[in-house]
Design a protein around this ligand. Structure first.
Ligand code: ATP
Length: 360
């Protein structure tokens, strides 16, 4: 295939990678556009890093092809691919200053000195480390070291930057701050980022699109909103955010719950009556004590309340072993005047379109 500016920056075509008996990546098809912030999300061992390593060229697929900017890279070694990787361990050159760490790549590529100085200066400006240009890596905080690693990769102006859990070593607060910064940096440079993480919140915060993987298989690929609001299956619903997955059976344009009640729900034509399903409703979509017309409603007993500051989380039992989690913003309520103490009987309502029926 010839190179084309319209081609996706990265294309994976039926990629398979096996390690002995284990299929780490199973017939993966992905197309990642120029300038996209694309995340690969899934639990440990689902094949995210292996996929990244195949794009970088550190692993070869057993089947299928990897294409960069429209060209097969089957015979292109890692150092000839227009790709850079940032790892969780920053792997900075300890004996070089911040400036020399960032200048390392362009120097090796024999970029002329005036251009090199401009590029390194711009990158340090971008990651807000210009005042630290002469510092040595050991004199920097974890977040600053990670920013040097980022600048060192971006200064080469790769077509794709691969990031493998780059914030994994940082504490939560710094991690959250770096998520916002990373997204801003990506927007500024316009380079395609492929970001590997097992942290769903991180993926939702930063990504244009997310690929959710499990056991080497792509489960769903879409925008954060699509993945969260319209999960393709119970795995995705359970992995992204908190989900209430009520088991039931399709019946009469609704779902018969284990309580015997049939609740209305939108059922795809491909799911016939009698199919065992999960009715999936997000906790924040549930309205406690709601009796409005048009809402689906069920009755239950509050068995636990957890005060979360901005919201209160309620665990409501519909029947023994059948529980819903509801989250209510603390707009009016506070812990002291909590209107729904444990043991309270409560009606829970939701809009029918907020109940998603997923095959179990
Ligand atoms: P994590 O988040 O823990 O890094 P991951 O989703 O990135 O997980 P991979 O590192 O891609 O997962 O691994 C996928 C599977 O392939 C795992 O079961 C892993 O043990 C296996 N695997 C990865 N690399 C090798 C290897 N070089 N030899 C044998 N098995 C491997």
């Amino acid at each position: 295939m010839s190179s084309s500016t319209d081609a996706p920056t990265v294309r994976l075509d039926g990629v398979v990678k096996r390690f002995n008996q284990l299929t780490a990546v199973d017939h993966l098809n992905l197309q990642i556009a120029r300038g996209e912030f694309f995340s690969m999300l899934g639990p440990s061992g689902c094949g995210k890093t292996t996929t990244l390593r195949m794009i970088a060229g550190f692993e070869q697929p057993d089947e299928g092809g990897v294409f960069l900017e429209g060209k097969s890279v089957a015979n292109t070694p890692p150092y000839r691919r227009n790709v850079n990787t940032v790892f969780q361990s920053y792997a900075l050159f300890e004996h070089l200053s911040v400036w020399d760490n960032v200048a390392f790549g362009p120097r090796r590529r024999k970029v002329p000195e005036p251009e090199l100085r401009k590029r390194v200066g711009d990158m340090l400006e971008l990651v807000r480390l210009k005042p630290k240009a002469t510092a040595m890596p050991r004199q920097l905080s974890g977040g600053q070291q990670q920013r040097v690693a980022l600048a060192r990769a971006l200064v080469n102006l790769p077509a794709v930057l691969l990031l493998d859990e780059p914030l994994g070593a940082l504490d939560l607060q710094l991690r959250k701050q770096m998520q916002i910064e990373l997204k801003e940096i990506q927007r500024t440079v316009g380079i395609t980022f492929i970001y590997v993480t097992h942290d769903q919140e991180e993926a939702l915060t930063m990504s244009d699109r997310i690929a959710v993987m499990s056991e080497g298989i792509l489960q769903q690929c879409g925008t954060p909103e699509e993945i969260y609001e319209r999960p393709a299956n119970a795995f995705v619903a359970g992995f992204i955010g908190i989900s209430n997955l009520l088991p039931g059976e399709v019946e009469n344009h609704g779902v018969r719950l284990q309580t015997g009640q049939v609740v209305p729900a939108e059922i795809e034509p491909s799911i016939p009556a009698g199919t065992t399903v999960f009715l999936c409703v997000r906790p924040e979509k549930l309205r406690l004590g709601a009796h409005e017309q048009g809402l689906v409603s069920v009755e239950g007993t509050v068995v636990e309340t957890v005060y979360l500051g901005t919201a209160t989380q309620y665990m409501v039992e519909l029947a023994p072993g059948l529980r819903l989690v509801a989250i209510e913003n603390n707009v009016h309520t506070a812990r002291t005047d909590n209107r729904l103490a444990r043991g309270s009987k409560v009606t829970i309502g939701w809009l029918p379109e907020h109940g998603r029926v997923l095959k179990s």
